[in-house]
Design a protein around this ligand. Structure first.
Ligand code: DAH
Length: 340
């Protein structure tokens, strides 16, 4: 009998309980109604009377030992299983969905950053603008078509008729009114035009205006600045071409083309087989505009330029429909997730 007790004691001590299943098996094997300890208690009958008390005590101790081991293991494994209920802590984590930057924000940031590197600061103005800042101070003649309801959204603000700005050139005027040369600034922002929405036109879009005013600023400075912009934006191979043009607020004025980034200027359907893509308008700030904003046009000269962010994004990412930018279609937007 003593040997039998000793053996079970050893078995209990050596039994490894690694999980809840082991623990249950242990209970059945030692503490169950047909378990080994019960069997030993059954053998108590055959123990001589004078030893019964002693052996009974040893068996009780054995049962307590087994119960303690079982209780401890049970507490341990039940604890972890409630904690991880519904969460498998061993699973490989899935990447959290962090969304993506809008392509127009990406291009806007890139433009700001590359102009920051050559000393341009960022300035902003209101989207609801008065006639002075959007038109008059920029030398628009009274009969200019942009002043027509057909092209511009006008709104009534109290007594005053206001317009949703048609370009960010209005911010130029505000900056010149409020600061003294030297001025080197870019003004990104949203603009509005009364256009029917199609793949190629929208009633709102985004522009970045640039303005540089100081003594002796020349057309060569303008050209060099724009070449720097084109190379930073479209790659070292990019070239620019200036074509004479007209804007009321610049004289002389030019339109700027960049060599086609899609076919490397060889000719394709995007550049209409010309090898060039129009990207912005620019010119030397008209002396009338300087004077209207309180800057001495005899002392200072300057250049300005304006570009559409959608247009730059279109060339960079080959987006061929303007409507995609404002439709919030995640199939479109997801393509701009970093690293995807
Ligand atoms: N404001 C013009 C537009 O919306 C773009 C532009 C052209 C801006 C020439 C300029 C400039 O500053 O010099 O089409």
């Amino acid at each position: 009998m003593k040997d039998a007790i000793h053996n079970v004691q050893q078995e209990i001590a050596n039994y490894t309980l690694a999980n809840i299943q082991d623990t249950e098996k242990f209970r059945i094997e030692f503490l169950g109604s047909k378990g080994k300890i019960k069997d030993l208690f059954g053998l108590l009958k055959s123990v001589p009377n004078e030893e019964k008390k002693q052996v009974g005590q040893t068996l009780n101790e054995l049962r307590i030992l087994a119960e303690e081991k079982w209780n401890q293991a049970k507490a341990q494994f039940e604890n972890t299983s409630t904690k991880s209920e519904g969460i498998d802590l061993t699973r490989t984590p899935e990447d959290a969905l962090i969304g993506s930057r809008h392509p127009l924000s990406l291009v806007r940031s890139e433009i700001i950053e590359l102009f920051n590197r050559i000393g341009f600061t960022v300035s902003e103005g209101p989207e609801i603008e008065d006639d002075w800042h959007n038109f008059s101070a920029l030398n628009f003649p009274p009969e200019h078509p942009a002043r027509d309801m057909q092209d511009t959204f006008f709104i009534q603000k109290g007594e005053k008729e206001m317009a949703l700005r048609t370009h960010t050139s209005s911010v130029q005027v505000r900056v010149m009114e409020n600061s003294k040369p030297p001025i080197r600034t870019i003004s990104p922002g949203r603009v509005y035009r009364n256009e029917a929405i199609s793949a190629r036109a929208h009633c709102f879009f985004h522009q970045v205006e640039g303005l540089y005013i100081d003594e002796n600023v020349s057309f060569a400075d303008l050209k060099q600045t724009l070449l720097y912009f084109a190379k930073e934006m479209f790659g070292e191979k990019a070239e620019i071409r200036l074509r004479p043009s007209y804007f009321p607020f610049t004289e002389p004025s030019a339109e700027v083309d960049v060599s086609c980034t899609i076919c490397n200027a060889k000719g394709c359907n995007v550049c209409k087989y010309s090898g060039w893509l129009e990207i912005l308008g620019c010119g030397m700030v008209d002396p009338n505009v300087l004077e209207a904003s309180g800057i001495d046009s005899k002392k200072y000269t300057g250049f300005a330029f304006g570009m559409g962010i959608e247009r730059i994004a279109q060339l960079k990412y080959r987006v061929n429909d303007l409507r995609l930018y404002s439709e919030n279609d995640v199939r479109f937007l997801n393509q701009f997730t970093p690293g995807v």
